[in-house]
Design a protein. Structure first.
Length: 64
């Protein structure tokens, strides 16, 4: 069961990286004055959460 949860965490982390990078690329090309001032914090926290999910997923898979 723990391997299953670890794989789910790993997949969620990879999706979070994908979503964060797509948002960053979109903002880089399409940003205007209507973009929230909190968007850099949102991108940072999204990337941090992705790294944590990937790390815990790998930790659970390899029993470190």
């Amino acid at each position: 069961m723990s391997i299953f949860l670890s794989v789910v965490l790993l997949m969620l982390g990879l999706y979070q990286v994908y979503a964060t990078l797509n948002t960053f690329k979109y903002l880089k090309t399409e940003a205007n004055r209507n973009v929230s001032y909190f968007m850099p914090i949102a991108l940072y926290s999204g990337g941090l959460m992705a790294l944590m999910m990937i790390g815990f997923g790998l930790w659970g898979i390899f029993n470190l």
